[in-house]
Every structure is written in structure tokens, then in C-alpha cells.
Design a protein around this ligand. Sequence first.
Ligand code: FAD
Length: 524
Amino acid sequence: MIRLSLLARGQSLGQARCSIATPSTRRTFTPSLFNNNIRSFSTAWTLRNEAKESATPTKPFKVAVIGSGPGGFYAAHRILKHVPQSSIDMFEALPVPHGLVRFGVAPDHPEVKNVMHTFDEVAENPNFTFIGNTSVGTYVTPGSEKADLEISDIRPHYDAILLAYGAHEDRLLGVPNEQTLKGVMAARSFVGFYNGLPCEQDLQVDLSKADTAVVIGQGNVALDVARILLTPLEELKKTDLTERMIKILEKSRVKHVHVVGRRGPLEVAFTAKELREMLQLPETTFYMDQELLASEMERAGKTLERPRKRLMGLLEKGIKESKPDQPKSWSLHFLRSPLGFSGDNDNQLKAIELGINRLEGENSNRKAVATGEKETLPCDLAFRSIGYKSVGIQGIPFDDRKGVVPNMDGKVVDAEQNIVPGFYASGWLKRGPIGVIATTMADAYQTADTIIADWTSGQPMLNNDVSSKQGGKPVLDLLKTKGHKTVSYQDWKKIEQKEFELGAKVGKPREKFLTVEEMLKVVD
Ligand code: FAD
């Protein structure tokens, strides 16, 4: 029987493979795209089945996970479930876990944050240890702070290391004044600021003199930013938005938000839920170029896939039902690329210059081409929302162009595509900074299945001398000798409890601590 394994999302056809199964044997092979140095790979489906069929080794299996977002937690969950003798130490740079679920997901999306309960269940497993307030691996970016531990400190003590440290930088537009003018900032920093991320609390956010904001980018993060700026404060006060941000919003004079993209309506990256929320904002008019939408839809015709068609339908409905002349407004601007920002004598942003594009190419691959025409859009605030970016850590392969740790099904490979035994990647670091938590879960499971299959089939991992691997104990001893304070999951639950109590006093689900010092004080 010949079976073509299902393609995982984001996987290219070149990574698809066939598995040939007979009633008694199963053999796997990869297309010639991969060189001979690489052992056969398979997709998650095949790996799961191979893992089940192999005789499971009974020796202890020690895994270190770097990063406690969904990419780390979901992989840990699966490994603990399928390898009973496994133990997992999860290192997290911050004293608090859950990555972008805490510091990215918008405060008015509390239902999304329920995944934290699943992560709590994982942490209850006696074979799971959370080592918070402990960064592993110094970033290669010049000027980066030295990490609390290097990979070489932890490597001797584990069978496998899973890199799941996400994407914490942002992409620049590469246009004049984007880093010098007051009022221009990264959406990533703003999101971190309003969600209480300690390293973003110095961001200068003044909405008291701003009337008009521009968000560059048309993904969900862009709409999150626009929505936070335009949602009635009474609604936001019921969420876990920080009190610091609420105070800033109390003085906000922002009335208009332009969401700008370089291509057309068919190429937007936001999803229906986020668009619907924007269209339902009270006392807010919605504008966009209706003719462009109609002509692009006509052009695409039957090639338009159903989800995209639904999204375009929502836009059409939004235009039709939008009430004119409301006190606030938001708009989608298409076919515009930022050329630069200009400010006043106080270095305060006053306008953005936009180049006008036209679209060329096939429906599935429309490209924005500059027409040479320009326009100026007055604004007081600008957020660049063109994507998060992962960076490499010392000693680990990194693909600068793609911004990921190079890997196959989660198994780290070097520039020549040779496997780096014992190293794995998951989450945004593996796939790039796209996709929701569900996508990250599927991909973390794929990596976990790769790890499980490697372990059960006796593939080389870190240090084949089994006796030397003791997991976290020597690492914690090392941290102790350095006088470094770690945070356990029980400690985190104390911090969280305190946040719940502080939140209850002001009618919110929680009030987040804004500094690492405040967090550590709770557990001292
Ligand atoms: P992260 O969640 O970023 O986790 C990485 C973790 O690694 C962090 O805790 C970080 O502190 C830690 N870390 C970093 N460096 C080190 C180091 N050297 N040592 C130790 N630890 C380290 N998805 C949804 O489904 N719904 C939404 O509403 C939604 N909203 C979003 C809003 C925003 C603004 C963003 C940016 C994303 C949103 N997502 C949403 C997507 C979702 O958050 C991601 O898919 C997911 O968090 C990616 O998981 P990750 O584990 O790869 O990375």
C-alpha cells in the first residue's frame, strides 16, 4: 500500500513523503530533495505510528524545554503523555510563564487565554519542573544581555533540548525617521506595554494629544492595536488590561485609526473574528475603497476560496452597514507602502508619506508594484505591525533569512542540512511568527512526535553516556552557586494569586505586576 502522508500546515510539498506499508513491515523514504546525510523523516502521522510500534526504551528520558509559551507547553504535554519515563525541565526567561498568551493575546480576548488551564495541568505532572526567571542562550544580536545559562551549561544533563523561545523582536520598515520620531513605535512594543510585559514598560505612550493613528500592516495584531485604541474604555476596564494603560486611555483623544496595507483587500492577513469585532465597534464609522473591493473580487472570480470569500463578504457588509459621521472612525487603506515619517520641531510625528502601488501578477501571487505616485497622511501616532522576528542564540544554527531555527519536522539541522542530534525546535521559532495558538499546538505536537520517535527508535541524542544525565539538579545547583533566583510553578501560582487579588479590588480578572522585581518580591 502506498500512502502520501498529509501535509502539515506550512510544510512544502518537498517535505511531503511517502510511506510504504505492508501488513508486516513499514519502510520510509524521503524525496531526493534531502541529501544522504539525513535519515528518513516523516510527517507527524507516520511518526506517531512508528513510535507506537517500536519497543519503548525504559531508561529515563530527560528533556529541557527553553520557553514556556504554547510551543513549549504543548510539546511537553505530549512527551509526558507518551513517554512515561520522561521528565521535563522548562526554562523561562521571565518569572511568569505562558509567553504571548499572557503578553500578546489581547486583554479583551479572555477566552483565548483559557489555554493557561491546560498548561497548569501539564505543570501538575510530577515529572515536570518549571525553572522560571532563567534565560538560556545568549542572543547573537549585538548588545544582547548575557543569558543566565548558556546551552553548554545545560547540554551535558539532558537527552534532548527543545528550543521554543518564540520571536521577541520586530521587523523594521527601513524608512526615514521610524526610530527617531516620538509617536512612531512597534506594534509589538505597544502590545507588550498594554499587556504588562516588563521590558516594554519604559515605552513612551501618550494618547492625550493624538487624534489620528496609523497602523502599518493588515494582520490580526494590527487590528488588535486599532481595537484597543477605539474600544470604549468601560469595556476595557473589565479586562486584564493594565491599570497603567487604562490611565493612559482615560486621557486618550484618538478618534481615527487608518490600517494601511501595501496590497489589496484579497491579500489582508487578518481573520473574520477580528474584522467582525472592528465592524461592531460602537459609534465608529468604517471606510474603505468599495470599488477596489468589487473589482478585485470580480477579478478573482471563482478562484476565490470560501474563507476568503466570507471575509470579503464581511467587508462588503461592513461598508454597507457602516453609519456615517460617527464620533470615531477606522479605515482600511490599500495599495500603500510607507516611504517615511515626518515630524515637527519637537520631534513629534506629524505625517506619514505613502507610496501608491498597483497590483500585478496572478490571483494567488499578487505583487505590489510602486507607481511612483505619493500621498501624505497626517497622523500623530504610527504603529508598525509587519511581523515579529526570532533571533538566533549562540551555538545553535539559525536561518537569518527565514528567521527560524532550521529544522525538519522540528529536528534542528545545520546549514548543510545535517541533523544536529538531540536539538529540536517548536512554535514560532520553528515555523516563523505566524499562526494562532491552535496552529502552534499542532506544530508542537509534530515536534514532540519527532522527539518521541527518535527516542523510541534509539536515534543518537545528546550524550549517549546515559549515566551522566541528571536533568535539572546540577543545573539548579549551578544557578545557586551563581546566587541566581529561580521561580517554580508553585511560586508562579502565588504570583498569579496575588494578581487575582489585586484585580478583584478594581473589578478586573487580574492586575498584572509590571516589573520582574515586583513579581519576585511575592515569592521572596
Ligand atoms: P511565545 O508564546 O512567544 O513563547 C516563547 C517563550 O519563550 C516566552 O515566554 C519567552 O519569555 C520565552 N523565552 C524567550 N527567550 C528565552 C530564553 N533565552 N530562555 C528562556 N525563555 C525564553 N493566537 C490565538 O490563538 N488567539 C489570539 O487572540 C492571539 N493573539 C495574539 C496577539 C498577538 C499580539 C500576538 C503576537 C500573537 C497572538 N496569537 C494569538 C498567536 C499566539 O500567541 C502564538 O501562536 C503563540 O504564542 C506562539 O507560541 P511560542 O511558544 O512559539 O512563542
